[in-house]
Design a protein around this ligand. Sequence first.
Ligand SMILES: NC(=O)C1=CN([C@@H]2O[C@H](COP(=O)(O)OP(=O)(O)OC[C@H]3O[C@@H](n4cnc5c(N)ncnc54)[C@H](OP(=O)(O)O)[C@@H]3O)[C@@H](O)[C@H]2O)C=CC1
Ligand SMILES: C[C@H]1O[C@H](OP(=O)(O)OP(=O)(O)OC[C@H]2O[C@@H](n3cnc4c(=O)[nH]c(N)nc43)[C@H](O)[C@@H]2O)[C@@H](O)[C@@H](O)C1=O
Length: 360
Amino acid sequence: MEKTSKIYIAGHRGLVGSAILKNLKAKGYSNFVTRTHKELDLTDTTAVATFFKTEKPDYVFLAAAKVGGIVANNIYRADFIYENLSIQNNVIHQSYLHDVKKLMFLGSTCIYPKNCPQPMKEDYLLTDTLEYTNEPYAIAKIAGIKMCESYNIQYNTNFISVMPTNLYGPNDNFDLEKSHVLPALIRKTHLGKALHNNDWETLRKDLNKMPIEGINGASSELEILNILEKYGIKKENDSVKIEVWGTGNPMREFLWSEDMADACVFLMENRNFSDCFDAANKEIRNTHINIGTGKDISIKELATLIKLIIGFDGEFYFNTEKPDGTMKKLTDPSKLHGLGWRHKIELEDGIKTVYNWFIN
Ligand SMILES: NC(=O)C1=CN([C@@H]2O[C@H](COP(=O)(O)OP(=O)(O)OC[C@H]3O[C@@H](n4cnc5c(N)ncnc54)[C@H](OP(=O)(O)O)[C@@H]3O)[C@@H](O)[C@H]2O)C=CC1
Ligand SMILES: C[C@H]1O[C@H](OP(=O)(O)OP(=O)(O)OC[C@H]2O[C@@H](n3cnc4c(=O)[nH]c(N)nc43)[C@H](O)[C@@H]2O)[C@@H](O)[C@@H](O)C1=O
């Protein structure tokens, strides 16, 4: 990529897209095209075609997607498969039609089988059954990888795919129902601490600033207590208890979003689809690259770490009516390490930074 190349970042306000934009700016890139969801609905084929015809970007980071935690994926199954397939079909196909020099497709490690050997190598794709809770989302992501590979093979395009582990950082979604575990536990623990301290001002500020769907803020103490109880945050005998979904036993790997963005820019600068060609191999597949740290932690340990960082004096309880999902999904990042990139931010530092961002 030249510093003046025209770069389209789809999803530039999201967790990853915003970090990619920041990273590119810091590296001296200056020519960006961006559209919010409201300005350009990427599921609208005609609108996406017009956009590419008008803007003709040189490079594309496809970081726009319908994204959510385990429960959102499980409930809104149709939306997750329909919207993600539509977004990626439109953006990848128009990138081919308008001679985009390189595109990066962002998938997810949920593409790997539920009971995948650990750590998960790129070659384990499509070797067994997927995890049920996010099967529709995973199928869309697998289609994205195969679409990039197929266009590269048939049309000689240069579309590369990356499979990030669970991500967290500034601009994450902190919704208590639809978000991923790390932002959800940060917000719940923050609210639990405020409840423990009878800090109604902090509780009111949080619930009014980030209203929960269907609830138009909260003013009286009773209203606040009712909302908190709905999300499993309650006071019993002077002690505050916070709900953690599932058994707390699943293991998850977390990567700081700005490290993720750095890896994306690194690969966009240094990796081409042609690197995957091997004269002896007539079947080109599994050309995607895992992005992770190679380290994981149980949800129980994660909750304890967040409790220590935030300084919460209460307890967690485990609601086993909620799904655990995959019990372990640790990436094998050796392919990425072999190319010369490693993550920098460790989990404890990342949680401290994002908590600071969240309260400010
Ligand atoms: N977060 C995570 O833990 C993980 C994320 N990923 C993948 O990384 C990528 C980025 O995820 P993340 O940053 O977390 O997601 P976010 O939800 O934070 O951001 C998604 C972005 O997509 C845009 N968007 C969504 N739907 C549409 C649409 N129909 N038309 C136009 N824009 C749309 C949103 O636009 P607007 O801001 O205008 O609403 C938003 O900017 C996704 O592909 C996701 O699947 C993979 C693994 C883990
Ligand atoms: C990134 C990845 O994210 C999704 O998969 P997931 O890793 O299972 O997502 P999660 O972060 O929501 O949960 C991780 C674990 O944590 C537990 N858990 C406890 N308490 C809360 C809680 O309060 N909220 C949430 N969300 N989870 C909780 C939860 O029960 C689960 O055991 C995919 O659907 C897909 O989108 C994808 O690719």
